[in-house]
Every structure is written in structure tokens, then in C-alpha cells.
Design a protein around this ligand. Structure first.
Ligand SMILES: Nc1ncnc2c1ncn2[C@@H]1O[C@H](COP(=O)(O)OP(=O)(O)OP(=O)(O)O)[C@@H](O)[C@H]1O
Length: 595
């Protein structure tokens, strides 16, 4: 079957199995094997009253410190009781203690951390103070001291231990929540009228769940070890068998029955070790990037993307000396539910040397994905097919290191959000000079001089001060000028500018567009200008490609496109742009009249 449309791609991959957290976790042997072992221990502990071969309290005098034999399969302890039966029964108390530690520490640490991080102010100060005090308390000594008050009560002892170790979770949750609560999507939830508890539960808790699960699993392991340690010190229940108590008994008889210490040791080590491995596997599964089903990706790449659909719209044949030729480009994303989504579907375009090509279309039409394919900056999970040829070099076939030699030097990029594309920890000067030193082999002195010249050229009033400034010390318009200076610094032949003026106010937008036009003329560079704004196209572009739903529906010279738009979608976009913005309308009218 030839797969050529997004629907067929969906159908082709629909049978692929789900790729979720559980699948990632259990596909890791270090998650699967300890889970099976732990599940077996849990089943044995629940079933222990029925499967234990002997009463754990029955003593047989000739089995005192006996080696494994047909009556007592793992031998007898110092009082002549069956080690196997006691081991099985003891697992119940151990698991009850472990579950108690997990519940108490998670509830106390999680709730207090969420409240302190999210509500802040005096709640944060008071909860932080309490947790700081708890962290200074030596938990084992407290538990030993409390033994005289509460006696050998595993549940109460482990609940107190849960409270004593909850500050580890509190600190983690508080820090994570403080980071997450300032995210824009949390603000959006707030302004949409969601209650604080709903935002905490749905947005904040969800975002911080991974480290919480991992730490909680580790705490259960710590609980088992502490419980065994206390029992080993004689602070366990004398009426019930415990692993720590068995360890103590075996230790007292180590010279008479050296093997005795092995069984409770294995039980404690195995359970704590399994929990530790599960925590690691959980971390790996939770931190793995967006779900990616391997079989599905191969299918998508080989069958669907390679057999791209016939391009829609008017694709003109590229001239032989075109700088960049994009042929039949397709980009798709495997979805978690097994389907696949093709977001760029058979795109054909070319850019001539020294030409400005506008790539226009409404939001989500695939402009950025097309631009990122040219730069090979698509996310890891993206699948792509087709050809992108830059001066005869097939970019999609290059290795990442080969691409690095082209990116920045021969094809530069100007992003949409200038501020978030500058690293706040380095000065502007550092961020401009380092790429020039690397790419052009300049010395620091040469790169510094060149950076200052470029800052002056892009219209920055005080290049010396800006060179030394950090990104937060300059305005958005200046930051975009800095990024333009960086983009042209290595004399690229092509610049991909992704909505370079969207984040700026109207007057700055016009200045930046003027600057781009001047630099392009001065240096003879080609530009792919990604925009949804026909006014910007009218201001700058020689030719325009119009994108709709992943397809190029029309490509034409700017004047032809404004005079005689062919495709209904272009006409619709054009009319809405001209109606929307009067100044742009005048500019476009002036431009088209002049042609
Ligand atoms: N990492 C991703 N995984 C899945 N889908 C994605 C991913 N990145 C982008 N898309 C989808 O690809 C489609 C095209 O996105 P693209 O960013 O290219 O649109 P655009 O035309 O540049 O829009 P805008 O003008 O809003 O930036 C969108 O529907 C988007 O949801």
C-alpha cells in the first residue's frame, strides 16, 4: 500500500502499541526484574499465614541453630524455631512498616512542600522553619528514645520516622513548586479563574510528580533499612518475627550457625535493593523525552514520509543556480496514542541568491517546521523526509557535526523571541564573540572589535556599554538588533528569520525591518522570512510562498501575489491583512502601485 496522505499515515501506524510510562518502565530490565521480585515478596508476605510450613513460635529443641534440613528447609534459629516460616511471616510487618513510612512521609512532605512553595509568605517561612528543625533531629536516636514511651509498635514507630524524613521531600517539592508556579501556563490557569487547590492539583503537582515518585520510592527503602536496624537493636516486637529481630538472633549465634545471618540479610538487602533499582528505573522512564515508539517511527519514516504526496499548489521549477532548494519536504510527529501527525506535507520551494522569500500562512500552517527543517533544528522525535539542498549540499543527509559547520556560518537564524534566545548568564559581548572566534577563527581581540562594529552597524547607540551588558540590561528591540548582529557576523549566504518582529512594538518592528533590508542589500544575503503578516511581506520580500495546513498553496513574486492572488486561501489571508491594518494597507498599495 502506498501511504501518501496524513490519514493514511494515521491508519498505517494505528496498530502500533501504546507508548506510555508503564511501557518505558517495564521495557527496562532494571525496572522489570526488581518489580517482579518485589511483587513476589509481597505475594509471599500476604500468603505467609497459609504457606508457612511451621508455626513461627514453635520450638524444636534438636533444631536449635540447625543447618538447613528436610524439617526446617532454611535451618533453625537460636531457639529452635523454623527460619523459613519466621522469614515469611516477618515480611508482613516489614511491608506494613514500609507502606507506613511511604504514606506518612509523602503526605506530610508533599502537602507541606506544595503549600510552602505555592502560597509562600508566612506559610513558607513557618513550614520551612519546622522542616529545618526536623532535619537537624537525629531520627534514629529519637526513635530509640521514643521506644520507652510507645513500645514495640511498628506502625507508630514507622509513622514517626516518616514525619522525621519528610523534610527531604518537603525541600524538593517546595523548590520545584517555586520554579513551576511562575510558568506562564500556571498564570494562564490562574487568570482563567481556576481555584488555588485545582491549580495545585492539576497543574503544579502534575509537573513535579516525577521527582516525587522517585524520592518516595527511595524513602520506602530507607524505611525498611531503619526498621531492620531498630529491630536489630532489640527495639522490635518480641511477639512477632521481624527481619531485623532475626538478624539480631543470627548475629548472637554467628559462631554456632554462620549461615543463619544469610537469610534475613538476603531478605532485607533484596527488598531495599529492588526498591532502589525501581526508583532508578522510574527516574529513567519519567525523564525520557516525549514518547516515541520506535517501530512506529521507522514505519512513518520509511513508508509515509518517503512516499510524500504530490505537492499541492503552484510549485515552480527551481533555477539551476538556486541557493536553496526544498523538495517534497515532509515532517511528521508520532503521537502517544499510536497515530502520526504530518505537519509539513510535500513542501517545494527555492530561494535564489540575494533574494528575500516570504513564507506566510496562518498560525500552525507549518512555517516554523519548514524553517527548522532547513536549519535541521527539529525536535528529536520529529521524522522528516524529502530533500533540502543548499548549494548542492543535501542538508537532510548531513551528520550533526557536518551540519554544525553550515549552521551559523553559512545559514544563520534570527528567532522570534529575542530575549529568550540570549543567555542571561553571559554578556552580550561574550555571546557575539565566541561564535566568531569558533567559526571564523578570529582572535579574541579581532572578534571584540568586529562585534562592536556590528553593534554599531545594527543601530545600537552605545556599542561599548551594550557589549559589556547582560541581556536583562537591554530592551527587546536592542536584543533583536544584537541577534541580527550575531546572525550576520559570520557573513552567511542565507538567513532564516522566524517572525523576527512579532515580539516587538510597532515602531521597533519597522526599524528592524529597515535594518534587515539594508543588511541584505549591503551583504547580498538571501533571507527566508517566516511571517504571518502580509504587511511585512510587502515591505521586504521579492517572492512569497503561502502555506496552508502543511502545504505550499501558492508561490509567486510579491507584486504578482498582491496584484493577482491565485489561491482562495491567499485571497482570504490578503484581504484580512489589508482590512486589519490601515498603515500596512497604504504601504502595500504604494508598493504595488510602484511596481
Ligand atoms: N514538537 C512537536 N510535536 C508535535 N507537533 C508539533 C511540534 N512542533 C510543532 N508541531 C505542530 O506542527 C504544526 C505546525 O507548527 P509550526 O510551528 O510550523 O506553525 P507555524 O505556521 O510556524 O505557526 P506560528 O505562526 O504560530 O508559529 C502545528 O500544528 C504544531 O502544533
Amino acid at each position: 500500500m502506498t501511504i501518501s496522505t496524513p490519514e493514511q499515515v494515521d491508519a498505517a501506524v494505528a496498530e502500533a502499541p501504546r507508548s506510555g510510562l508503564a511501557r518505558r518502565f517495564f521495557s527496562n530490565p532494571l525496572g522489570l526484574v526488581p518489580s517482579i521480585v518485589l511483587a513476589a515478596i509481597a505475594v509471599l508476605s500476604v500468603a505467609s499465614p497459609w504457606i508457612a510450613p511451621h508455626d513461627p513460635s514453635d520450638t524444636i529443641l534438636d533444631q536449635v541453630n540447625s543447618a538447613p534440613n528436610e524439617v526446617f528447609l532454611l535451618g533453625g534459629d537460636g531457639s529452635g524455631r523454623d527460619v523459613l516460616s519466621r522469614l515469611l511471616l516477618a515480611s508482613r510487618l516489614t511491608l506494613i512498616g514500609a507502606i507506613t513510612v511511604a504514606i506518612v512521609s509523602v503526605v506530610v512532605g508533599l502537602v507541606s512542600g506544595l503549600l510552602a512553595g505555592y502560597l509562600g509568605k508566612w506559610i513558607d517561612s513557618s513550614l520551612s522553619w519546622v522542616n529545618n528543625v526536623l532535619m537537624t533531629v537525629p531520627s534514629v536516636i529519637i526513635l530509640v528514645a521514643l521506644f520507652s514511651v510507645i513500645g514495640p509498635n511498628t506502625v507508630v514507630t514507622m509513622a514517626i520516622f516518616g514525619v522525621l524524613i519528610s523534610p527531604f521531600l518537603f525541600r524538593l517539592v517546595r523548590t520545584l513548586v517555586i520554579a513551576v508556579k511562575n510558568e506562564l501556563y500556571v498564570d494562564a490557569a490562574r487568570v482563567s479563574g481556576l481555584s488555588g487547590s485545582r491549580i495545585l492539583g492539576r497543574h503544579v503537582l502534575y509537573a513535579v510528580r516525577a521527582p516525587i515518585i522517585i524520592i518516595a520510592t527511595g524513602m520506602v527503602g530507607a524505611g525498611i533499612l531503619i526498621q531492620a536496624g531498630l529491630e536489630f537493636l532489640g527495639l522490635g516486637s518480641p511477639s512477632e518475627p521481624t527481619w531485623g529481630g532475626m538478624l539480631e538472633d543470627a548475629f548472637l549465634n554467628i559462631f554456632r550457625s554462620p549461615l543463619g545471618i544469610l537469610w534475613p540479610g538476603i531478605a532485607i538487602g533484596l527488598t531495599a535493593g529492588c526498591l532502589s533499582l525501581i526508583a532508578n528505573a522510574l527516574r529513567d522512564a519519567l525523564e525520557e523525552p516525549a514518547p516515541k515508539a520506535r517501530t512506529k517511527s521507522v514505519r512513518l519514516k520509511d513508508e509515509a514520509l518517503r512516499r510524500a504526496s504530490a505537492p499541492a499548489g503552484t510549485a515552480e521549477a527551481p533555477p539551476e543556480d538556486a541557493l536553496l532548494v526544498v523538495s517534497n519536504l515532509r515532517v511528521g510527529y508520532p503521537q502517544a496514542d499510536g497515530s502520526a501527525r504530518v505537519v509539513v506535507d510535500g513542501v517545494n520551494l527555492h530561494v535564489n541568491k540575494g533574494e528575500i522569500l516570504g513564507l506566510v500562512g496562518e498560525s500552525g500552517s507549518g512555517k516554523t517546521q519548514t524553517a527548522f527543517s532547513i536549519l535541521r533544528l527539529l525536535p528529536e522525535e520529529a521524522e522528516f523526509a524529502g530533500d533540502v539542498t543548499f548549494e548542492g549540499v543535501p542538508l537532510l543527509a548531513l551528520s550533526e557535526s557536518e551540519m554544525q559547520k553550515i549552521r551559523g556560518k553559512r545559514i544563520a537564524y534570527i528567532p522570534q523571541e529575542p530575549m529568550s534566545n540570549l543567555d542571561p548568564t553571559f554578556t552580550i559581548g561574550h555571546q557575539l564573540t565566541v561564535p566568531m572566534m569558533r567559526t571564523l577563527g578570529l582572535t579574541k581581540k579581532e572578534a571584540t572589535a568586529r562585534a562592536k562594529q556590528l553593534l554599531e552597524r545594527v543601530g545600537i547607540a552605545d556599542p561599548e556599554r551594550t557589549f559589556r551588558a547582560y541581556p536583562h540590561e537591554i530592551s527587546g528591540g536592542m536584543a533583536q538588533r544584537v541577534l541580527i548582529a550575531g546572525a550576520v557576523s559570520c557573513e552567511p549566504e542565507l538567513i532564516v528569520a522566524d517572525e523576527p518582529t512579532t515580539a516587538l512594538d510597532v515602531t521597533v518592528q519597522a526599524e528592524i525591518l529597515d535594518l534587515l533590508r539594508e543588511l541584505q542589500k549591503e551583504r547580498g544575503m538571501a533571507i527566508i522570512l517566516v511571517t504571518h503578516n502580509f504587511g511585512v511581506v510587502a515591505d521586504l520580500c521579492d517572492r512569497v510562498a503561502v502555506m496552508q495546513a502543511g502545504h505550499i498553496v501558492e508561490t509567486n513574486t510579491a507584486s504578482e501575489l498582491f496584484d493577482r492572488p491565485q489561491h482562495p486561501y491567499t485571497r482570504m489571508l490578503l484581504s484580512s491583512t489589508l482590512e486589519d491594518t490601515e498603515p500596512r494597507k497604504q504601504r502595500v498599495a504604494a508598493l504595488t502601485e510602484g511596481r
